[in-house]
Design a protein around this ligand. Sequence first.
Ligand code: ADP
Length: 172
Amino acid sequence: MRMLIMGAPGAGKGTQAGAIAEHYGIPAISTGDMFRTNIKNGTELGQKVKSIMDAGDLVPDELTDAIVADRLNQDDAADGFLLDGYPRNMHQVQSLDEYLTEHGQALDAVVSLDVDPQLLTERLLKRAQIEGRSDDNEETIRTRLGVYREETFPLIEHYGDAIISIEDERFY
Ligand code: ADP
């Protein structure tokens, strides 16, 4: 099973990704988590991406595409994976498509988590208190939601019929 999970910041991608990946016995690969680990460990990549993430902007595609390709090349991802938070713009979609084609692979599913936008900020502010993520403050949240709307949301149309849409029950 090769799949993607998409959704705005605060939609609960990480939580759902963990459960789905466990169900299929595949690794959940979160670009956000990989960047945060690099920041925590003080790597060169971490130093490059810290201020970008703290501002709520997207990390440059060449850095992001490279860490994803490295991760997908590891043994545990050979038979399947769940990408959480990647791709996030059309350039990353193309890069992933190229990777999959080169490796004779294809996606089986794309899951989209749809949550009432008004709930997102509320949830992110709550998460800030619990997890203390440095990008969960009001100004950065506004930027991240804007980036999602402009750059990531259009991917839902791109993936079209492949999309499995899951609506948050609190939407209604
Ligand atoms: P959220 O969806 O709540 O924003 P993530 O952990 O997915 O949380 O992402 C946190 C930050 O990591 C993003 O705001 C961005 O700076 C960076 N990031 C994560 N994934 C990508 C990606 N695919 N491309 C560029 N930047 C990314």
